[in-house]
Design a protein around this ligand. Structure first.
Ligand code: MSP
Length: 504
């Protein structure tokens, strides 16, 4: 059995969850659900990043202690993920004791291996990024390239990680692992950073105490990023349960936004090498969701919150839009109108209408009992092709292509009904065959679409009289043509996905 360990970035608790965070989390969730269908041993991790200056300042501004602030905001993230039916297996918080222990064990190992030393550091720091920049990185030499706000000069006595020593090992590792960062452009970006030559990086702070103490020098706490990255190891037992860690590492797939590529594709693999562990073999990098052409963030005041869209589109409508309309890898401009139009065309029309048409005709012409699909149906080959394309696309972390391939089967089934007009035929074998084929398409689509639509697909499943749930099926067997059993009660019910009118 293969193992599939998928992670989202852990989200800073200075901010509340917006649709940019939801985009990554929904994608990870759909991937996890797809891999569960495949029967893979799947582990899905998300959580919150709770240390550092940014969180400390947000807490001060809110009149709370950092821990109280982290508790409140971490709970907001969790509620949002519960609202969106995110099927995480573990929700890590970096303030948990298990994480403190793992960070200390991990970095102690790196220290013992001789890759950490003490030195002085002065640099240009963006508090919003929690990152140092060189002058060349800045806009007009003063502003953070992400937040467009002035950076600060910080000077401290720090512990340094000897990143420079890992330039060649990283290049060798990437050479041996050509699929490690997708999409291809992002791999080149990571390689470009490494090839420029890497400088040692400061991994501790004395200026704040909201962090995990350096075990060999308790005047220092680890800089938030070097604590945060280790969460992926903590969650599968690093330093605590070596057998478990061994089982899950490195079967990991990190999903990240393009702004944190350097940390995940350069620093994290180097830290792992320094600790004697394998770098992550799959890092999938996505673009930004833009609102009015700008990245959504607290500082630009252009955030859109998941609950507001769920109120209009439902959970599955929300999930479907982001999976289908924002190709993984590129930036996407959020548009409410595009969301309405996708919802109406794919969910209300293609899916909802097919479900209701099928139930109506089966009710009227087949005594309300499902009929068997034909082994020679013209839809059989299309179903096989849709499955193959969808499976390849999920494997490539391309949900929008996977869903397009799945919807192709629905479009063809609708066209097949239009061509055969079973509603005009008298009851008999011809209607039975056409309806059996349509029911079979609904069965297959309910399974293939279940990673995106965890609420609607079980309803379709029940309406066509099937037991259990689409998520419990096993691929690829369950996608093979001919699985729909005749004689099951088919029920009509309320419209599955009512159309949405455009707001005036
Ligand atoms: N805490 C760090 C990650 C540590 S992982 C070891 C962090 N947190 S974050 O909350 O600022 O961002 C988390 C993720 O959300 C990043 O991948 C970032 O790209 C993503 N997004 C934040 N805003 C986004 C958009 N507007 N669009 C798409 N993704 C966005 O960085």
């Amino acid at each position: 059995m293969s193992r599939f360990y998928v992670t989202t970035p852990i989200y800073y608790v200075n901010d509340v969850p917006h649709i940019g965070h939801a985009y990554t989390t929904v994608t990870a969730d759909a991937l996890a659900r797809w891999h569960r269908l495949l029967g893979d041993d799947t582990w899905f991790l998300t959580g919150t990043d709770e240390h550092g200056l940014k969180v400390q300042r947000a807490a001060e501004a809110a009149g709370r202690s950092p821990q109280e602030h982290a508790d409140v905001t971490s709970a907001r993230f969790r509620e949002t993920w519960d609202l969106l039916d995110i099927s995480y297996d573990d929700y890590i918080r970096t303030t948990e004791p298990r994480h403190h222990a793992a960070v200390q064990a991990f970095l102690q190992k790196v220290y013992d291996n001789g890759h950490i030393y003490k030195g002085a550091y002065e640099g240009l720091y963006c508090v919003s990024c929690e990152a140092y920049y060189t002058e060349a990185d800045l806009i007009d030499g003063v502003n953070c390239p992400i937040h467009h706000r002035p950076v600060e000069t910080l000077s401290e006595d720090n512990w340094f990680f000897r990143l420079s020593a890992f330039t060649q090992p990283l290049l060798d590792w990437y050479e041996a692992n050509p699929g490690a960062v997708s999409a291809n452009g992002k791999r080149n970006e990571a390689l470009g950073i490494i090839k420029q030559g890497l400088e040692d990086i400061s991994i501790s702070r004395t200026s704040i105490d909201w962090g995990i103490p350096v075990p060999w020098d308790d005047d220092h706490v680890f800089y938030v990023w070097y604590d945060a990255l280790i969460n992926y190891a903590t969650a599968v037992g690093y330093g605590d349960d070596p057998e478990r860690f061994e089982a899950w590492w490195p079967a990991v797939h990190h999903l990240i936004g393009k702004d944190i590529l350097r940390f995940h594709c350069v620093y994290w693999p180097a830290m792992l090498l320094a600790a004697g562990e394998e770098p992550p073999p799959h890092i999938d990098v996505h673009g930004f969701l833009l609102v009015g052409g700008e990245k959504m963030s607290k500082t630009t005041l252009n955030q859109i919150f998941p609950a507001d869209l769920v109120a209009d589109f439902g959970v599955d409508g929300f999930r479907y839009h982001f999976l289908r309309d924002v190709p993984f890898g590129t930036d996407g401009d959020f548009s409410y109108e595009a969301m309405v139009s996708r919802y109406n065309s794919d969910l209300a029309n293609n899916l909802g209408n097919l479900v209701s048409r099928v139930a109506t005709v089966v009710g009227k012409k087949c005594d309300g009992r499902g009929t068997a699909p034909s082994p020679d149906s013209p839809l059989a080959a299309i179903a096989a092709e849709s499955y193959a394309d969808a499976a390849r696309a999920w494997d490539d972390v391309a949900p929008s292509i996977a869903l397009d391939a799945t919807w192709r089967l629905l479009r063809e089934a609708n066209a097949y009904l239009e061509a055969n007009e079973p509603w005009k035929l008298d009851p008999g074998p011809e209607v039975d065959t056409v309806m059996g084929d349509a029911l079979e398409v609904l069965r297959i689509v309910a399974i293939l679409a279940s990673p995106a639509l965890p609420n609607l697909t079980p309803v379709i499943w029940a309406r066509i009289g099937l037991d259990g749930s689409p998520a419990d099926q096993r691929l690829p067997e369950a996608a093979a043509w001919g699985g729909y059993p005749a004689g099951r009660p088919v029920t009509k019910g309320d419209p599955l996905v009512p159309r949405i009118g455009t707001k005036g």
